[in-house]
Design a protein around this ligand. Structure first.
Ligand SMILES: NC(=O)c1ccc[n+]([C@@H]2O[C@H](COP(=O)([O-])OP(=O)(O)OC[C@H]3O[C@@H](n4cnc5c(N)ncnc54)[C@H](O)[C@@H]3O)[C@@H](O)[C@H]2O)c1
Ligand SMILES: O=C(O)C(=O)C[C@]1(C(=O)O)C=C[C@@H](O)C=C1
Length: 356
């Protein structure tokens, strides 16, 4: 077996993640075989061009990527090691220690190296998959003590080929890290969104970008999270304890109108947002938002992006808001702060209504 990624790659589980990995690998001409318990998802993924359904006569895979729901990871990794005795095996599940502990006694466990791309959306299933899902995102590579170094190298190459940035973590360290960066944020988003579900009539008409930013991920199908949370309970509970203490401090500060205490809690939040690394794991670059009023007609967004392109400005992020009751939308273009004035001048000259 070559010690770098040549394929074929067998993807087990053709949902959002599995199909996105297949699409990204096909762009590099790597042979991708697909399998799934759901014949519908398998058909959709292969129809989208993520690979071809795996058959018993298919060429032996060099690498198996297990992309099934968290509760089924250990069984699927173990089956992959049994059924493909010459293949390296990885999984891309959101938690690493539990599945590893279950398969630790497998006679071929050295062929397994866990991994976890920090990329996703609030949707599941193959239909919303994208070849570019992983671009610029971190991808944890989590070898265990007995992992063969070639398995680690091949899985690292998988992450790189999809455009992600591979980062090495031990499995337990990984689980503690994602409790903070993924699991707690998801649960808090769900709790804040839960306060909206029983809002008095009419109040939600005042939903601006703030509440949308905080609650987007709460819209995810709870199925995956019902499996992730118990699998990382200890690390999540430790953070909930800390957060509980913060909430008590916040409550006390508000009751006592203690501006200093309130300032400290808010400043901590600012420090937290600044600590998040930028794209590709680089330092955070200062960004600016340019808001553009866009008529709610076909083709207007394409025209706006083309005009931003003419200005020579790279749009780093986009958010779209609809103005309730009006035939207008507001598009927030997030750009490097050094490009803000150029973009505003260029879009204004081309007839757009722009706010900063
Ligand atoms: N969605 C995300 O944001 C995200 C991000 C990173 C990692 N992950 C992890 O990736 C994995 C897949 O998540 P997803 O969002 O693609 O889920 P998904 O629900 O979109 O897809 C899961 C797929 O696995 C199939 N499946 C279930 N059990 C199977 C089995 N035993 N054998 C073969 N196929 C099986 C299902 O039919 C489905 O097609 C999960 O372990 C999740 O923790 C998800
Ligand atoms: O963007 C999103 O929708 C996600 O929540 C993706 C996200 C995360 O960043 O927390 C969710 C769970 C996965 O294990 C990895 C990525």
């Amino acid at each position: 077996m070559p010690d770098h990624l040549t394929g074929p790659v067998l993807i087990v589980g053709t949902g959002l993640l599995g199909t996105s990995i297949g699409l990204a690998l096909r762009k590099h001409g790597i042979e991708v075989q697909l399998s799934d318990l759901s014949a519908d998802n398998l058909r959709t993924a292969s129809g989208l061009g993520a690979g071809t359904p795996h058959t018993p006569s298919a060429k032996e895979p060099q690498l198996v990527v297990v992309a099934v729901p968290p509760d089924h990871l250990a069984d699927a990794i173990s089956s992959a090691l049994d059924e493909h005795p010459t293949a390296w095996v990885t999984d891309i599940g959101s938690i690493k220690s539990g599945p590893l502990n279950t398969i630790a006694g497998h006679t071929s466990v050295e062929r397994y190296c866990g991994s976890h791309p920090m990329a996703g959306t609030q949707h599941s299933g193959p239909l919303t998959a994208s070849a570019t899902l992983f671009e610029g995102r971190p991808w944890a590579i989590t070898p265990h003590e007995a992992t063969n170094p070639t398995a680690t190298a091949v899985v690292t190459e998988l992450a790189e080929l999809t455009g992600a940035t591979p980062l090495r973590f031990g499995p337990e360290e990984h689980d503690r890290a994602v409790a903070r960066t993924s699991h707690l944020p998801h649960l808090m988003s769900a709790l804040v969104a839960g306060r909206l579900a029983d809002a008095p009539e009419g109040h939600l008409a005042l939903s601006g970008p703030g509440v949308r930013d905080v609650t987007r991920i709460a819209g995810t199908d709870p199925g995956m999270w019902l499996q992730i949370v118990p699998a990382n309970a200890a690390a999540i509970l430790e953070l909930i304890d800390q957060l509980g203490a913060d909430l008590a401090r916040l409550q006390a500060a508000i009751i006592a109108d203690d501006r200093d205490a309130l300032q400290q809690l808010l400043a901590n939040g600012v420090a937290g947002t600044l600590a998040i690394p930028g794209k590709h794991g680089g330092p955070v670059r200062p960004m600016s938002s340019v808001f553009v009023v866009v008529p709610d007609h076909p083709g207007e967004l394409a025209r706006l992006f083309a005009d931003a392109g003419h200005a020579g400005v790279n749009v780093e992020d986009v958010h779209i808001d609809h103005d309730p009751g009006r035939d207008l939308g507001q598009v927030e273009l997030v750009v490097d702060v050094s490009n803000e004035e150029t973009l505003v001048a260029s879009l204004t000259a081309r007839g757009w209504t722009v706010h900063q």
